[in-house]
Design a binder for this molecule. Structure first.
Ligand SMILES: NC(=O)c1ccc[n+]([C@@H]2O[C@H](COP(=O)([O-])OP(=O)(O)OC[C@H]3O[C@@H](n4cnc5c(N)ncnc54)[C@H](O)[C@@H]3O)[C@@H](O)[C@H]2O)c1
Length: 355
């Protein structure tokens, strides 16, 4: 067998093409095929001189790939990923892990039963900015978290919503498509979330699914956070529009999207600036900003590298199906809080024990 890992990309849409372009830059990985039934995908495959197959079953039958990246609409994640895992093909599955908690729990069961590697595509965890922020918080640089603010203003063009799934409750909407990233980062950096409150609105776009939401949450370890998200709001204050992760798709504005204020200091992202007092914190004394220096890196490439390592050497995925499903439990609680006006406690017991 060649030492080059032959990888198929299933779903040649917006993020599928990012994976194709990233694969082209990866040593030891190679695009084996595209899987997508549309004429646009076939034309794209022709332009890349790779085979194009209509569905995951055809890919499995053709035996063309040793692993697959699944970048299809959310409600297809379970059937496609489960078929691949059962056929012994390791999967990098785009986030959210599934469109619903029930589907995600089924996928956890398949991953456990097959033991085939499954990595969920919360790519931001692979970003050196996030790794440095997580290390700074773990090292006590900001003390205990008191409050965090996350903003996510994403003025998506009307053409984005031509894909029907993006307008549908249970499949699309900025909570499931975008806020899931922010929930994942907050859990990754500050630990599990204990409760949420929320309001949501569809007043700007008028789709059945929300376009805007404001969320309050409390962490199990203490500390509160607010998150404001909209796919109809114009402004640069969003990770996607400030972190420079995907320059082919998004501009990178010099603003912050995450603000963390602790008992000892503050930390803003993605500029990775620590705001420290010269002595005991005192609001009348100027804080000194200090950039945490890092070597910038492409999180999509780092994610693929990790995927290749999991396939070749085994080990624990940085984002397991179980971990990613905890994000869905928080999202369900946010939806429920928005619908009822009630504070909702987070119950992670459906996940079962970590194995
Ligand atoms: N990690 C990230 O930064 C990121 C960014 C965008 C989207 N996503 C996630 O990636 C997934 C895809 O999102 P998108 O915006 O690229 O969607 P998209 O609509 O642009 O593309 C989806 C593609 O999948 C194809 N497809 C649909 N059903 C299929 C099937 N059964 N088999 C094969 N192909 C099929 C469609 O023809 C389309 O080309 C979603 O889960 C989304 O949440 C992740």
């Amino acid at each position: 067998m060649s030492t080059r890992l032959e990888v198929a990309v299933i779903g040649a849409g917006a993020i599928g093409r990012t994976h194709v372009e990233t694969l082209a830059r990866m040593q030891g990985m190679h695009l084996a095929a595209l899987v997508d039934p549309t004429p646009a995908a076939r034309a794209y495959a022709d332009s890349l001189s790779v085979p194009c197959l209509p569905d995951a079953q055809s890919l499995i039958a053709a035996g063309l790939a040793q692993a697959a990246i699944v970048a299809t609409p959310n409600e297809t994640h379970l059937p496609i990923a489960a078929a691949l895992l059962r056929a012994g093909l390791p999967v990098l599955l785009e986030k959210p892990v599934a469109e619903s908690l029930d589907s995600a729990l089924q996928l956890i069961a398949v991953a456990r039963e097959t033991g085939v590697p499954l990595l969920v595509g919360h790519h931001r965890r692979h970003n050196p900015i996030i790794q440095a922020a997580r290390a700074a918080v773990a090292n006590g640089e900001i003390g205990d978290l008191v409050m965090a603010t996350v903003t996510c203003s994403l003025a998506k063009p009307d053409s984005y919503f031509q894909a029907e799934w993006r307008r549908s409750p249970g499949a699309g909407g900025p909570l499931l498509i975008n806020l899931v990233h922010e929930i994942d980062l907050l859990r990754h950096i500050f630990g599990e979330i204990a409760f949420v409150q929320a309001v949501a609105s569809n007043a700007r776009r008028g789709f059945a699914v929300e376009d805007t939401a404001a969320v309050c949450l409390g962490f199990a370890a203490g500390g509160l956070a607010t998150l404001c998200i909209s796919d109809a709001a114009t402004g640069p204050w969003a990770w996607d529009l400030s972190a420079g992760e995907n320059p082919a798709r998004f501009p990178a504005h010099p603003v912050q999207a995450h603000l963390y204020a602790g008992t000892k200091a503050g930390l803003s992202l993605p500029d990775l600036t620590l705001w420290q007092p010269p002595g005991t914190p005192d609001w009348t004394v100027p804080l000194a900003p200090r950039r945490i220096e890092i070597a910038p890196g492409d999180p999509y490439a780092a994610q693929l590298s990790h995927f290749a390592d999991l396939i070749r050497a085994g080990g624990r995925p940085l984002v397991s199906a179980r971990d990613a499903t905890a994000n869905l439990i928080v999202l369900d609680a946010i939806r429920s809080a928005a619908a009822t006006g009630q504070r909702v406690a987070i119950d992670l017991s459906p996940l079962g024990p970590e194995t």
